[in-house]
Design a binder for this molecule. Structure first.
Ligand code: AMP
Length: 189
């Protein structure tokens, strides 16, 4: 199985690159942000609880996202592999993911970390907010909070994979195709 963590701050291009990677490598896309937004649209209790935190730019509790990922892994036992987008976002999530994959006799092949400057992130997210209508992309204060959460809780997750020799840093500032090519080279190499 080819399991890839696509890592980087909000607005780094994880969603855009994930859709290109899943079609090239026949992977299943697991985005905890998308899964949470589906729960919100469906009006579930979980969605309602998550919305309050997401609207403030805060992370949802580890147990909630780990549970969602566990269910998706169980539901796709014949997959060629998974691309994890926006997960893991904390050290506890990374450790839980390793344990879940080990149960299935597989592991993470590589973490691809997209590197983008803070000014560029703010610009991209405000633009995306206009197009997508996502509430958490429309307010500079909430975007700032999400970047703060990323720096405090999520950025350290890169060290977890670096310690396993699995971290690859990819510049996330060129054209979509240039970045995609760099990601493919990192996956194949
Ligand atoms: P995203 O679509 O990945 O930008 O996620 C949108 C929001 O969903 C984040 O700002 C968090 O509030 C929440 N979220 C998504 N994935 C996670 C995760 N792995 N852990 C905690 N919160 C998450």
């Amino acid at each position: 199985m080819r399991n890839i963590v696509l890592f980087g701050p909000p607005g780094a291009g994880k969603g855009t690159q994930s859709s290109k990677l899943i079609s090239k490598y026949q992977l299943i896309h697991l985005s905890t942000g998308d899964l949470l937004r589906s729960e919100i649209s469906a009006g579930t209790a979980l969605g309602l609880e998550a919305k309050g935190l997401m609207d403030k730019g805060l992370l949802v509790p580890d147990e909630v996202v780990i549970g969602m990922i566990a269910a998706k892994l169980d539901a796709n036992t014949n997959a060629a592999g998974f691309i994890f987008d926006g997960f893991p976002r904390t050290h506890a999530q990374a450790a839980a993911l390793d344990a879940l994959l080990e149960e299935k006799h597989t592991n993470i092949q590589v973490m691809l970390s997209l590197e983008v400057s803070n000014e560029e992130l703010m610009k991209r997210l405000l633009l995306r907010g206009k197009d997508s209508g996502r509430a958490d992309d429309q307010n500079p204060e909430i975007i700032g909070k999400r970047i703060e959460e990323y720096n405090a809780k999520t950025k350290p997750v890169a060290a977890y994979y670096q310690a396993q020799g699995k971290l690859k840093n990819i510049p996330g500032m060129g054209s979509v195709d240039e970045i995609f090519d760099a990601l493919c080279i990192a996956i194949n190499g």
